[in-house]
Design a protein around this ligand. Structure first.
Ligand code: GAP
Length: 436
């Protein structure tokens, strides 16, 4: 089994990711994050938010509604342009993206030259607001979070009195009715985006574009700990640009199952969106430059990434199989700060109530500061392996000696070395190892 398949299987077994509505046979392109998955996902989002909002004074946050006035999507160009080319095989009736058909041969049934003409298929999910399913009530689930930012540009500007350059950041769900979802959580129909719209003075946009490519690469390497050689930025050729983009860099990860593929797009959206919203709404969406005494529409640099794809890249990057004393050890070498569980606590002997009680009390005390897992359902070696597999950086064991010396062992996931620490110092030792 390759590392990709091994990881997909681990994700289900250990509770990172389940198929959505699995008991009914599932539904293509939708996934549920389990007890460990939701922790890791939250940690990724927190790391991003900390770097792009909390640590900067030029970016503020937003949490806009998923459903918006339908005019938004007319103005943004998504009703007209957000399409994939679609063909049907006349033989087996399956649908494909036209660009996924090689040599005019059906990938499903092998029929040659049996395709319908190419049609445009809009990827937005439709829905109706209110009790009547009529065209006036029609709107869409957002296919990108970005538009919630553009329509709030003036609100945020007035409320915060920010000066250019400044940005608005947002994390939230996006929905696309992808023709061919797949590669596990790589291409979904419901996914989560983390987007920044960074507003700049026209003419400074190219420089800011470069800046953001470098800054975003730093986040992946420094904060998420992805291996440098597995990540790169690539300029997209003109023919692959989205309808709003003057130029886009993709940040790509080298996935073991499919090679280099996009985890983030950094587009120069120019003044396209604000201009279009201004035209369609009749509202002025300009910025007054106090230095030059001019009103103008800012340009926008947009670093936009997908939480689910980053989640997948992180797990694949962290997944290791090693041999330890003749046995296979599976270990997720996640950056400790990102690990779903920070500390596991075990009693060395589960049939000794005094030890069990002491271990449970320690676990409870540590819960104030960390995500903790208490386990006494197997022998110690097996408990260590279970935690290695889910990336827990520290395992604390309470043993017989602990009853007299009030100390415990802390085992390090990567080195597997153990150190003895007084119980009252466990929290501070772990905190310093996590560099909190
Ligand atoms: N606002 C710009 C925008 O939405 P995009 O390149 O279409 O740009 C940005 O999407 C990011 O969202 C991608 O780099 C990817 O990480 C994620 N993404 C897009 N479509 C996705 C899908 N179907 N499943 C999972 N993630 C997706």
């Amino acid at each position: 089994m390759g590392s990709f398949d091994a990881l997909v299987s681990l994700c289900k077994q250990r509770g990172f990711i389940f198929q959505s509505s699995e008991i009914y046979g599932g539904i293509g392109g939708f996934w549920d994050y389990g007890p460990l998955g939701v922790e890791l996902k939250n940690n990724i989002k927190q790391s991003w938010w900390r770097r792009v909002v909390q640590m900067r004074d030029d970016i503020v946050g937003l949490d806009a509604a998923i459903i918006m006035n339908a005019q938004t999507w007319v103005a943004s160009g998504h009703v007209e342009e957000f399409t994939d080319p679609l063909v049907d095989c006349k033989q087996c009736k399956k649908r494909f993206r036209a660009d996924a058909i090689a040599h005019n041969t059906c990938p499903e049934c092998g029929a040659v030259g049996q395709f319908t003409d190419v049609r445009k298929f809009n990827l937005m999910f439709k829905t109706y607001v209110g009790p009547v399913e009529e065209s006036a009530a029609l709107t869409y689930l957002r296919p990108e979070t970005a538009q919630g930012i553009f329509v709030n540009f003036q609100n945020v500007l007035v409320a915060t009195r920010k000066k250019l350059p400044f940005g608005i950041a947002q994390i939230g769900k996006a929905f696309r009715n992808e023709i061919t979802p797949g590669d596990f959580i790589f291409r979904d129909r419901e996914f989560e985006q983390m987007e920044i719209e960074y507003f700049v003075k026209p003419g400074t946009d190219e420089e800011w574009h470069q800046h953001w490519v470098e800054e975003r690469l730093r986040w992946y390497i420094e904060d998420l700990g992805l291996r440098k050689e597995k990540i790169r930025a690539r300029a997209l050729p003109k023919e692959d640009l989205a309808h709003y983009s003057k130029g886009t860099f993709e940040i790509e990860y080298d996935f073991p199952n499919k090679g280099w593929a996009e985890i983030e797009g950094i587009a120069n959206r120019t003044d396209y969106d604000l201009k279009r919203h201004s035209q369609h709404s009749g509202k002025e969406l300009t910025y007054f430059d106090e230095e030059t005494k001019e009103h103008y529409i800012p340009y926008v640099i947009e670093p936009s990434c997908g939480v689910d794809r980053i989640f997948l890249a992180l797990l694949l990057d962290a997944y290791h199989e090693e041999e330890v004393r003749g046995e296979k050890r599976v270990v997720l070498k996640l950056k400790p700060q990102l690990a779903p569980i920070k500390v596991a606590v075990f009693p060395l002997l589960r049939n000794r109530p005094e030890i069990v009680q002491k271990a449970k009390a320690l676990a409870q005390a540590l819960r104030k500061d960390f995500t903790v897992w208490y386990d006494d359902t197997a022998a110690i070696g097996r408990l260590y392996r279970r935690q290695d597999e889910i990336g827990t950086p520290f395992c604390v064991t309470v043993d017989v000696q602990s009853l007299t010396d009030n100390a415990v062992t802390i085992r390090d996931r990567d080195t597997m070395l153990q150190e003895r620490v007084p119980i009252e110092r466990v929290a501070s030792v772990i905190r310093s190892k996590l560099q909190l």
